[in-house]
Design a protein around this ligand. Structure first.
Ligand SMILES: [Zn+2]
Ligand SMILES: [Zn+2]
Length: 174
């Protein structure tokens, strides 16, 4: 079971439902949206004007306490970890919690007209990628594989939302 939870306001419940359908198909696993919105304010860093991703992941872990499901937090805020200027998301490798941000996936963020379809496609890729880490997967050399590392939205766009054969084997075997 994969459970989705909004972290902070502005995530959009329709968007989460669409994501849940994509994840159910790709992971061949039931996926549902939890009826709660987690607080995100505690993770705000005033000096950076961003939110500390690792702190949010720790909070998510407390929510996903039964240990049987994977929990993906989706947020509209800009995330960081201290060593990077930003992250699209973060996950516990081999753990059960992952986090993805919409903030830098929207066309508006780059001064372009809004494109909901593109935003949803990017969110699915980012969500699959971060959940992939919870299956113990690290970054993949296959540029089309969803586990390819992508530090820019252009690189998110060139890869697919699917796992390569090798990565699929790990996910299905887990
Ligand atoms: Zn990654
Ligand atoms: Zn791969």
């Amino acid at each position: 079971m994969i459970e989705l939870v909004a972290v902070g306001e502005g995530v959009g419940s329709e968007r989460l439902e669409a994501l849940a359908a994509d994840l159910a198909r790709i992971f061949r696993s039931p996926c549902r949206v939890l009826d709660v919105v987690l607080d995100v304010k505690f993770a705000h860093n005033p000096a950076r004007g961003q939110y500390h991703s690792t702190a949010i992941l720790e909070r998510l872990q407390a929510v996903g306490s039964n240990g049987k499901s994977r929990l993906l937090g989706v947020t509209a805020v800009d995330l960081f970890v201290p060593i990077f200027t930003f992250v699209f998301g973060e996950a516990q490798v081999g753990g059960n919690c992952a986090l993805a941000s919409l903030y830098r996936l929207s066309e508006e963020h780059y001064g372009l007209p809004s494109d909901e379809a593109k935003l949803r496609e990017r969110l699915t890729k980012e969500a699959v990628h971060e959940l992939g880490h919870t299956f113990g997967l690290r970054h993949c050399e296959d540029w089309q594989c969803v586990m390819a590392s992508s530090h820019s939205v252009e690189l998110v766009d060139v890869k697919s939302a699917e796992f390569c054969r090798e990565c699929t084997r790990v996910v299905r075997g887990a």
